[in-house]
Design a protein around this ligand. Structure first.
Ligand SMILES: CC(C)(COP(=O)(O)OP(=O)(O)OC[C@H]1O[C@@H](n2cnc3c(N)ncnc32)[C@H](O)[C@@H]1O)[C@@H](O)C(=O)NCCC(=O)NCCS
Ligand SMILES: Nc1ncnc2c1ncn2[C@@H]1O[C@H](COP(=O)(O)OP(=O)(O)OP(=O)(O)O)[C@@H](O)[C@H]1O
Length: 215
């Protein structure tokens, strides 16, 4: 089994790329989705969030008020660390479970979508790392347009992550996503062709240049 990490800063296009890779047949393990499960109604995770941040973080139906928590943690690094400490261990455990299931099924290519891969120092736990990137102003516009957030809130989310320049150096493949979706699809198709030539679990070339993924 080839197990790769897919990462990239907020609104770089990770989910779009992972959907394209899934259509090619990859198994996707999505950390944002696992993070939602970690704080679902009735979990110790949600209880811990309420203990730390107060009952104001709940909606009337008892589920997490994500917008309320977002407004707190993206303007306060200590609060963000506290939330990460609650959520990340559960996300790690759920990822291991999903990975074990993929192994049992005999899946060929498994891709773990992990937004904070480099920030949490997980990059060496995989056979290789795919980074999706787009310039910060493009990402800012995407957040404002698709999430309908105020510009300052969108910028705070961008500022909560490492600049991508630092991540590009350590990725095996960089997919630039500054253009249209057809260009992105062509880049993902090209990457998939490359992935199929790799030995499962074998050594990967170190840091393949961006041009290699550009058709
Ligand atoms: C703060 C929360 C409730 C906001 O929810 P919301 O629905 O608005 O955003 P969503 O979960 O879709 O995340 C959107 C993007 O924000 C970025 N992001 C999320 N959490 C963090 C964080 N702790 N630090 C930096 N960036 C983050 C990621 O790029 C992510 O893809 C949520 O992001 C959360 O629970 N974050 C903590 C868990 C976490 O670290 N998730 C990231 C993957 S494990
Ligand atoms: N090349 C593109 N052209 C136009 N829109 C795009 C392109 N790539 C992504 N988008 C749009 O930008 C938004 C963000 O993309 P996506 O959700 O894939 O990013 P992400 O990196 O997974 O973001 P997040 O960190 O918030 O989970 C989506 O609405 C998506 O449809």
């Amino acid at each position: 089994m080839l197990h790769l990490a897919l990462t990239g800063n907020i609104a770089s296009g990770k989910s779009t790329v992972s959907t394209m890779l899934a259509r090619h047949g990859a198994t996707i393990i999505d950390a944002d989705q696992l993070a939602r499960e970690a704080v679902a109604v009735g979990t110790p995770g949600l209880e811990a969030v309420v203990d730390r941040f107060g009952a104001g973080m709940l909606q009337a139906d008892g589920s997490l008020d994500r917008a309320a928590l977002r407004r707190v943690v993206f303007h306060d690094a200590a609060a963000r660390d506290a939330l990460n400490a609650i959520v990340h261990p559960t996300v790690g455990r759920l990822r291991e479970e999903a990975l074990a299931a993929a192994r049992t099924r005999g899946d060929r290519v498994v891709i773990s979508d992990i937004p904070l891969l480099f920030e949490v120092g997980l990059e060496h736990a995989f056979d290789g790392v795919i980074l999706v990137d787009a310039p910060a102003p493009v990402r800012l516009e995407r957040i404002v347009q698709t999430r309908g957030l105020p510009r300052a809130d969108a910028q705070a989310m961008i500022d909560a992550q490492w600049p991508s320049e630092r991540k590009r150096r350590d990725a095996h493949w960089v997919i630039d996503n500054e253009g249209d979706l057809a260009t992105l699809q062509a880049r993902v198709d090209s990457l998939w062709t490359t992935l199929l030539t790799l030995p499962a679990g074998g050594p990967l070339p170190q840091r393949v240049p961006t041009a290699d993924t550009t058709p």
